[in-house]
Design a protein around this ligand. Sequence first.
Ligand code: BDR
Ligand code: CA
Length: 314
Amino acid sequence: KTRIIIDCDTGIDDALAILYALRTPDVVVEGITTVFGNIDVAQAADNTLRLLALANPGYEIPVALGASQALVRELGGFSTHVHGENGIGGVQLPPSSQLPVLETAAEFIVRLADENPGEIILVTLGRLTNLSLALDLDPALTGKLKKVVAMGGTVFKPGNVTAVAEANLWGDPEAADRVFTSGLPVLLVGLDVTLKTLITTEHLELLRQFGKEENKALIDFMDESLKYYFNFYREANYLIGGAPLHDPLALMAALQPDLLTCRQMKVRVETRGEHTAGMVVADLRAQPKAGEFIEVAVDVDAERAVGVFLSAFM
Ligand code: BDR
Ligand code: CA
């Protein structure tokens, strides 16, 4: 069994990633920690608890609240224009009776990794603030997590918040730089690959036709929340004919790494630039000097990845 913690800012694609993990056999979600980002941290936790109640995974998954702001930066605003006021496209899911745990996200991550050294994969789908705080609490965490798969950044493609920065890195560049230079075994899954794995209305039609009866409520949720997401991508003139499975691809990368082609790169994150904060500075020279080596996804078998995502519900 693959044991994971998901750290996320539960917006629409985070929600799809969570549902995908819950419906993939041989995966145990040990906990979900939330962070500010698409929406505020409490809303992210509330969305998570409601999703868990809807999906009914058959075991209790603790939810811990994390950072409500970046390590040093002022809050740059939430992404409600992409994910809706409540983060999940305005869909009203029934409330959950489960409460968040009393530990913070960072404490939760540190404790679980400490109790299960080398066992847990942490998949981050938002700002890296919680993980950075966890490193403060326990610097030895670098040797205790099996892997960190982080959705964020872009090396060869433009950014999605600024010309060069992707949202998760832009929202807390200091945290991202800290994580990437910490020695943690990081796999970075950024826009270079996530913009290739698109979900379309045709895919939703397939899910409606062939989705398992027990997943009907989840498919209805996806259908409704994705309307908002599709609209954003259409109006923002992305012209990509669908909406990117950013966060689900990071989850898939954790469970099925062979979907991706990766390259070792020394990476820093720009923290000071007036026009470049949050940019991935990858040292692509033959003899790179800056930073630590991490793995960066540079290509993906997009058709197969989208197929893997859809089949989890069929
Ligand atoms: C990332 O930013 C968030 O809006 C999404 O949930 C995803 O994690 C894409 O840049
Ligand atoms: Ca996210």
